[in-house]
Write a protein that binds this ligand. Structure first.
Ligand code: DX5
Ligand code: ZN
Length: 218
């Protein structure tokens, strides 16, 4: 379904060739580029920080979608904005002041995203809806690519779609997206699907055609 945007996560790319990998996935039909920032504290894995995000920025023609799995978040927002992020998502669970964090993201000139872990409810987010451009529903526990999709999140997405009403807010799904799970999320009301392992499997910068086939299969 081409009204659904596909955002490949470069967590599954060849880390020694980010520039080429990004150009390859965009040439093969990626709509956005999803960048997973992990701190070894909020999630049990480490990836990269603002200097790497800045270094890959010139290779991205579409949208740089930065998913911060870090706590605290606020001290780093300006650095990621200056590195060229278009969207910055922070986690509902990352601290006591998500309202302030979302204000700071918009204040830094970026679109504000609210990421929500599988174990968190959405009853409390009503007061945030006018402050967000995107809500990222995690369908795995964040930290690693290639994990299994958590089906209990489908109802959450349906409830969220109804709650959003006619506000211009993207619903993004992150984790375990495959050709099997993608239609479930589209039907539930998602419009941006992050996919890491399902996009990069079978391809490489020398042989990027599988990236395109994988994107079209989602
Ligand atoms: C998980 C990350 C995801 C991850 C998705 O912590 O936020 O973006 O890379 O990977 P797949 O699509 O392989 O589940
Ligand atoms: Zn992510």
């Amino acid at each position: 379904d081409r009204s659904i945007k596909i955002a490949p996560s470069i967590l599954s790319a060849d880390f020694a060739n980010f520039g080429q990998e990004i150009r390859a996935i965009e040439a093969q039909g990626a709509d956005w580029v999803h960048v997973d920032v992990m701190d070894g504290h909020f999630v049990p894995n480490l990836t990269f920080g603002p200097p790497l995000v800045k270094a890959i920025r010139p290779h991205i023609q579409t949208v740089m979608d930065v998913h911060l799995m870090i706590a605290p978040v606020d001290p780093y927002i300006d650095a990621f904005a200056e590195a060229g992020a278009d969207v910055i998502s922070a986690h509902l669970e990352a601290g006591p002041h998500i309202h302030r964090t979302l204000q700071a993201i918009r204040g830094a000139g970026c679109k504000a995203g609210l990421a929500i872990n599988p174990g968190s409810g959405i009853d409390g987010i009503d007061y945030l809806l006018d402050m967000v451009d995107l809500i990222c529903v995690m369908t795995v526990n964040p930290g690693f690519g290639g994990q299994k999709f958590i089906h209990s999140q489908i109802d959450k997405v349906k409830t969220l779609r109804a709650k959003i009403g006619d506000r211009p807010i993207h619903i993004e799904i992150d984790g375990g997206i495959t050709p099997e799970t993608a239609p479930l999320m589209a039907a539930a009301g998602a419009d941006v699907l992050v996919a890491g392992s399902a996009v990069f499997k079978g391809g490489s910068v020398e042989n990027p055609a599988p990236y395109g086939a994988n994107i079209r299969a989602i």
